[in-house]
Design a protein. Sequence first.
Length: 263
Amino acid sequence: MGAQTRQSLDQARTLLAGRSALGLPLAEHLFSAALGLSGSPALRSALSDSASEASTRKNLAAQAFASLSTDAKQVIDGLVSMRWSRAEDLQGALEDLGIRVCSGSADAKTDLVGELLAISSLVHSNAELELGLGSKRASAQARANLMGSLLGKKVSGEALAIARHLVSDPRGRRIGAMLQSAAVTVADHHGKGLAVVSVAKSLSSAQRENVSKLLRKNYGRDHYVAEVQNPDVIGGMKIRVGNDVIDGSIQARLQDLRTQLAG
């Protein structure tokens, strides 16, 4: 991510202030705008062209997205006035904000991070399903409908909206990776990181608390701890935060010992 996009994305998130109550309708309109840009590279380039006047970009956006809600158009108006490192980053910002609206509007009892990770695991465990959801031959609507029929009412409306959008607009990304990234965004919206802990058997309350303390110490903030059962992890646990891996399994300790002895 370029420096300009990083700066604009931080600023863009302030556009959601006071809009969480609008919930799914706003999120779905932002997703619709993102998908629209995916289908029109020329429009995407024009709206992100910092060489043109901001007023010109705003007028073009107003015409292109005239059918969307007033709040969605106001958010888009703010986005096109900003500078982006790449044209695709404007599209990514619409997706990011849509996911954050879903996160802010989800019921307090809804584990949106857990739902997204569960959908990712479900898709990853079925090669035929993953192939169907990622098929370039199928239309965006067909892929969204397949995801909708798969999930039905088994997940929250917010998780369903995010999953349907992601399979509609993959932009070269793998489905599992997109869903995990969305889970990271949801956790971040609530001021937390996301840690995936692989263990052979469920963590005890004490172990979970120790993991939380370790993550808070290492990263300076609380983390949503997602537990993954993996019988291949013999003793201890393996913690993944983004690209970082903290491997406390017995296998890792034995490997470290072998390395030391070999040296």
